[in-house]
Design a protein around this ligand. Structure first.
Ligand code: NAP
Length: 228
């Protein structure tokens, strides 16, 4: 089997760290690996299979000689850097929402629509996490009897808001447990410790939030059916 030269862009984030763990635990055939992030983390060290790997600054040249770049550094970063990586013949698997609804970019759940992958489409978008889980269950049902409408409830963990979300819940919970004043909300609009916030992402003009519309639009694109 071929071994791949990999970079992880956003390696120090909640998703990036999980990607690194998955590459390790699945024994992904890695020939070499580089970890990229912003200047905040450049110079730090992360472990891969027991070896220390330095975190480097993400630059436009980062895709040279690389086979696969796993991007999870946010939408703006993907927009800015992914095209340079893909021009360097590197496959970019992008975890942000930057490219998902671009009609020229495949939006792929491997169990559902691998047929849209093409060798000349170097950026591959990864759907919203709630969309992915839902659509794996819905696809066979849709093939069997067309789905018209889906009513969805999701219960989202703070990790969906990144490392800062996890830190905010941890700090507030610790303060409460120690009898200190709970630190004010920062990443979330309200205190998140011992709370549930019935809103995810900002509201759009139609009254649904952006996150809700992602599930709607991405489902239609992956299923190839705008009537759902
Ligand atoms: N598809 C899905 O299922 C799914 C699920 C969750 C999240 N996501 C997406 O994945 C992305 C990352 O989420 P997260 O939860 O891991 O966020 P996070 O914990 O805040 O981590 C962000 C990562 O991006 C890096 N970064 C930020 N700005 C950068 C820049 N200008 N240049 C280079 N690196 C930069 C950070 O590096 P520093 O350490 O240097 O700050 C860090 O490694 C987001 O787009 C999020 O929406 C997708």
């Amino acid at each position: 089997m071929k071994n791949y030269k990999i970079v992880v862009a956003g390696a120090t984030g909640a998703v990036g760290l999980e990607m690194i763990k998955m590459l390790e635990s699945r024994n992904f055939p890695v020939k070499s690996i580089r970890f990229l992030a912003s200047e905040r983390s450049a110079g730090k060290k992360l472990k891969f299979n027991g070896e220390e790997v330095p975190v480097e600054l993400l630059t436009k040249n980062g895709g040279k000689g690389i086979d696969i770049a796993l991007f999870s550094a946010g939408t703006a970063v993907s927009k800015e850097f992914a095209p340079f990586f893909s021009n360097d013949a590197c496959f970019v698997i992008d975890n942000s929402s930057a490219w998902r609804m671009d009609k020229d970019i495949p939006l792929v759940v491997p169990e559902v629509n691998p047929q849209v992958l093409r060798k000349d489409k170097k950026i591959i978008a990864n759907p919203n996490c709630s969309t992915i889980q839902m659509i794996v269950a819905l696809k066979p049902l849709h093939d069997f009897a067309k789905i018209k409408r889906v009513i969805v409830s999701t219960y989202q963990s703070v990790s969906g808001a990144g490392q800062k979300g996890i830190n905010e819940l941890t700090e507030q919970t610790k303060a409460w447990a120690n009898g200190y004043e709970i630190p004010p909300a920062n990443k979330f609009q309200y205190q998140i410790a011992f709370n549930l916030i019935p809103q995810i992402d900002v509201f759009t003009e139609n009254g649904y939030t952006k996150e809700e519309m992602k599930m709607t639009n991405e489902t239609k694109k992956i299923m190839g059916d705008n009537s759902i």
